[in-house]
Design a protein around this ligand. Sequence first.
Ligand SMILES: [Zn+2]
Length: 132
Amino acid sequence: MRNQQSNALVFSRPSRHAGPDHRITVDPTTLRPLSCTCQAGRRGLLCWAVIEVTATALVPIALRHWQQACGETDIRAAAAVVGQTRKWAAAALELQSLRSCGYVVTERGRADPPASNGAIRSISDGLQGAAS
Ligand SMILES: [Zn+2]
C-alpha cells in the first residue's frame, strides 16, 4: 500500500514572484523530494521551496510513519527514514542560512558545504532523477 507512486506526497508553496505555486513531489515511502514544478525544479535545480519543505515538513511525517509502523521490518525502515530526513533537514537548514547571507545556490554541488555534501547531493539527485 505504501509503495505506490500514485500516493506521492505533494507540497505546495506560493511563488515569491507572483508566478505559479511551487508544487513539490515527495516520495511517500522514502520521503525523498523528487521534483518541483517551478522553473528551477524543471531544470533539476533546488529551489527555495524544496529546501523549505525539506527543512521543515519531512521529519514530522517520518516520525508519524515511525509511530504507525508495525512489525520489525517496518519499524526499522521507518526509523531509517527518520534518520535520513533529519540529515536532509539539517543540510537544508544550512542551505537556507547560506542563502540568507546572499549566497545563491545555482547548481548542484556548487555551494555545498563540505560537511553536508552527501545529504545535499541526495536531494538534488532526486530532483535530477525526476527531471530526466
Ligand atoms: Zn520550486
